[in-house]
Design a protein around this ligand. Structure first.
Ligand code: GLN
Length: 391
C-alpha cells in the first residue's frame, strides 16, 4: 500500500488559530482568537478597490506585483523603514505575508539547512520550515519581557544555519525587538553567512514609546535580509491577501519564480487599492496606534478582572496570559482543554498557548487573546468572562 498522503503533511497539524475561529462560529460567542479586526477598513481604500473593478482591472497583474503597488511599497519602505528598495528588482507581491514567508523559505532553503526561530512563535513558521525541508531550531524568549539569552542564540548558529526568522512586533508575545538585540542578531548573521527573514506585519502597532526597527536598515544587513509585510494588519484588510517580500536582487528573482508557480499573483484590483492604502497620510498610522493602545489597556483590564495574568504587549494586538490558577479552579488540565472549554461553556474564544511552542508542555498554562475588536465586542467578552469568577 502506498501512503495516502505525503508524510510531510502528517508531521504538522491543522492550524489551531484558524480552528478556534471555526469553533466560535459553531458554538456562537465572542472570537478573540484569530487576529483579524471586526471593524471597517479605511473608506478611501475600499473605494479604490471598487473603482479598480469598475475600471475592469480584472486580469492578472504582473506576476511579481503591479508596478503602481511596487512603487508605493518602495516609497513607504524608504521613508518608514529606512531601507532603499528598487521596485523593479527587490519586491515580490504575494498572497498575504503567509505566501511571502513560504515562498521565501522555498526560494532560500536547501534540504538539511537549519532555520532559527524564536519561541513562542507564530504558528505558521513551524510548518513553513518543514514544507521547505528545513530543520527548525528554536531559541526561547523568556517572560515577562520575552528576552532571549544571548549565549543560547550564539550556540544555535552553526554551519548548517541558513536563516533566522524574526517577527517584530512579535506575535504572540507583543515583544518589540530593540536596536541592541537586532544588532546582536545581525552580527551573528554576518559571522555565519545567514539570512534574516523578518516578518514586520505589526510594524505600526506600537505602544509605550517603543520604536520599530527593521533589521534590513542596520549596516550591511540589506544584502542578507528578506523583509516581509502585508496590508492585512496595518489597514485591517486580512481577507484581501495582499503582501510582499523585499529581498536583494538575486534572492528576489528566486522568490519571484517560486511565487509565480505557487499562485501566479495576488488579486489585481486589490493591488491597486493597496497602493492607495500605502500612500495614506502619516496621521492614519498615529491614529491606528492610538486606537490600539486604548483597546490594549481595555482588554488587559477585562482579563485581569477575570483572573488572567497578562503579559502586557509593547506592540501587535495580542495578549499572552498565564492561566494556571484559572485552570485549577475550573478543573481543566491544560491550555488546549481550557481554551476549548471556554469557547463552549463561557462563549469566549482564545488561542491555546501550546500552538506557539514546539513542545506543547511549554505553553500548557498560557492562552492568547487578540484585541483588534470593536469596543462592543470587548464589552461582550467582559460580560461572558464574568462567569469564570463563579466558583
Ligand atoms: N496572524 C493571525 C493570528 O495569529 C492569523 C493569521 C491567519 O490566520 N492567517 O491570529
Amino acid at each position: 500500500m502506498k501512503p495516502p498522503v505525503a508524510t510531510l503533511t502528517e508531521s504538522f497539524t491543522e492550524s489551531v488559530i484558524r480552528e478556534m475561529t471555526r469553533l466560535t462560529l459553531l458554538h456562537g460567542g465572542v472570537n478573540l482568537s484569530q487576529g483579524f479586526p471586526d471593524f471597517a477598513a479605511p473608506e478611501e481604500v475600499k473605494e479604490a478597490a471598487v473603482a479598480a473593478i469598475r475600471a475592469d482591472l480584472n486580469q492578472y497583474a504582473i506576476t511579481w506585483g503591479a508596478k503602481n503597488l511596487r512603487e508605493a511599497i518602495a516609497e513607504k519602505v524608504g521613508r518608514y523603514n529606512k531601507i532603499a528598495v528598487h521596485p523593479e528588482k527587490n519586491i515580490t507581491v504575494t498572497c498575504g505575508s503567509t505566501e511571502a514567508m513560504i515562498a521565501t523559505l522555498m526560494a532560500l532553503i536547501n534540504p538539511g539547512d537549519e532555520v532559527i526561530i524564536f519561541e513562542p512563535y507564530y504558528e505558521n513558521y513551524g510548518p513553513d520550515t518543514i514544507l521547505a525541508h528545513a530543520a527548525p531550531r528554536f531559541v526561547k524568549l523568556h517572560p515577562p519581557n520575552w528576552e532571549f539569552d544571548e549565549n543560547k542564540l550564539l550556540r544555535a548558529f552553526n554551519n548548517r544555519t541558513r536563516a533566522i526568522i524574526i517577527n517584530t512586533p512579535n506575535n504572540p508575545t507583543g515583544k518589540v525587538f530593540s536596536r541592541e538585540e537586532l544588532q546582536f542578531i545581525a552580527q551573528l548573521c554576518e559571522e555565519w553567512d545567514v539570512f534574516a527573514i523578518t516578518d514586520e506585519i505589526y510594524e505600526h502597532i506600537l505602544y509605550d514609546n517603543t520604536e520599530h526597527i527593521s533589521i534590513a536598515s542596520l549596516e550591511g544587513m540589506a544584502e542578507r535580509t528578506v523583509t516581509i509585510n502585508a496590508i492585512s494588519k496595518t489597514y485591517s484588510l486580512t481577507g484581501w491577501r495582499v503582501g510582499w517580500a523585499i529581498a536583494p536582487e538575486q534572492q528576489s528573482s528566486a522568490i519571484r519564480k517560486v511565487h509565480d508557480f505557487l499562485t501566479v499573483g495576488a488579486a489585481a484590483p486589490l493591488q491597486e487599492a493597496a497602493a492607495v492604502a500605502l500612500r495614506l497620510p502619516e496621521s492614519y498610522y498615529q491614529n491606528l496606534a492610538q486606537t490600539y493602545l486604548v483597546k490594549r489597556n481595555r482588554l488587559v483590564e477585562i482579563l485581569e478582572n477575570a483572573g488572567f495574568r497578562c503579559y502586557v504587549p509593547k506592540g501587535a494586538y495580542y495578549i499572552m496570559t498565564e492561566i494556571a490558577e484559572l485552570m485549577k479552579r475550573h478543573n481543566q488540565p491544560n491550555d488546549d482543554r481550557f481554551a476549548r472549554w471556554m469557547v463552549k461553556e463561557i462563549g469566549v474564544a482564545s488561542v491555546p498557548g501550546s500552538s506557539f511552542y514546539m513542545n506543547p508542555a511549554d505553553g500548557a498554562t498560557q492562552v492568547r487573546f487578540c484585541f483588534c475588536k470593536k469596543e462592543e465586542t470587548l464589552v461582550a467578552a467582559e460580560e461572558k468572562l464574568k462567569a469564570l469568577q463563579v466558583t
